[in-house]
Write a protein that binds this ligand. Sequence first.
Ligand SMILES: *Cc1c(COP(=O)(O)O)cnc(C)c1O
Length: 496
Amino acid sequence: MNYISTRNKNIKVPSALAIKQGISEEGGLFVPDSIPSFSVEEISSMVKMNYRERAFFVLSKYLTDFSEKELRYCTDNAYTNEKFRSEKIAPVVELEKGFNILELWHGPTCAFKDMALQILPFFLTTSIKLTNEDKTVCILVATSGDTGKAALEGFSDVEGTNILVFYPELGVSNMQKLQMKTQEGNNVGVCAIKGNFDDAQSGVKKIFTDENIKNELEKRGYMFSSANSINFGRLCPQIVYYFSAYCDLLEEGKINPGEKINVVVPTGNFGNILAAYYAKLAGLPIDKLICASNKNKVLTDFINTGVYNKNREFFATSSPSMDILISSNLERLLFALYENDDKEIASLMKKLSEEGEYKVSSEVLEKLQQNFYGGYCDEEATLETIKYIFDKYGYTCDTHTAVAVKVYLDYKEKTNDETVSVIASTASPYKFPDNVLKAVAGENKETDDFKLLEKLSEETKTEIPNPIKELKNKKVRFDKVIEKSDMEEAVLDLLK
Ligand SMILES: *Cc1c(COP(=O)(O)O)cnc(C)c1O
């Protein structure tokens, strides 16, 4: 399998190059040039495998230039029980018949980003080897909170790499900030910017495509890559857990082979839900993909009207990792829906960057709505949902997961669709303890971050995950805040 760019499909590269580069030269995103297919029998054969074996099985159809030994090295080292606090890596919890939560946050940083960012460094070092690269790869990351920490943790002290993370100064939770500021490792850098996530993401994208800065770094022996979900190496590991969840449901007799399920995903940059769509294209029996947004509901409006319009007020919400108005991975979905029409995609993306808005054709809108349902959840309903789920099922969920649960419950009420559903749970409640405690206890006057954790633990009778508990004793290493216009300089500074 090769990878082509969404803006110029004549650009065709093997997966190792797509992963190493992160993004195509002209700004397009790499997508597979064909769709692998998994039969009902093949999917059933994965039931008896553990997560590492399932990951190998699925990924081997995407990273075809990796040898079996290379790929096994990646999957075996990424998804270990030392790194993940759940034997199953990504367990499915049933709250009620047909209502399942896929917990994706048992990794080292307690967010679903670990599912991809624990394996990406192995992909990347393998790709460096496969492409005979002699430069040091510098990973630039823009984060709305969770990617930053997960990428830092994954790449910390990985040989041949350097990583620099930009986050919006006021756009992440205290815990997320503390996780990043205390990151250990000799090849890491962290920098806050005065701006929001979209500013950070645009800044990083600009640096990627800037010839001058690229040449300067080449002279110094560096090349850029990305750990954001624009990198296909981030997306493909996310396809795996939808297959794995399906197998778990099969194993427990909750569905029959071939039976369709619905998948609900709290969405920001459209990476996680796109992975579910790719799983569906590859034969995983999925009916509806339910896209849940917070108050920044640009995707809900898009799915309902076919008009993508980012010219709107930006809200900082209690689910900060979804505070995004430019969902990068939508470009990949459009490429698929427009049947690989690269010219059309280039023109839509140009419109988006120049006018902040575009509209898809009526045929594309129809295909979009056949596959996707879009809904959103406001701030009040987010906390109410945490409380509702806690009271009804004794289950504690974070703010992002609550957004998805609320949209799922609304969808069910509206459609009476009884299809077995899997809701992607994207973060541990302990990453957002102030809001979760406020929701379950009714009020919260505690301001000390670590006392908050303890109160939340008492209130919900759940355990504080170790990586969060241990932050208390870590030293702050990074507290620089820069103007968003100074990002290039910060990069050049770090790579002296
Ligand atoms: C990143 C993130 C999301 C959004 O995922 P996308 O792939 O960007 O759509 C949702 N919830 C949490 C907790 C996240 O960290």
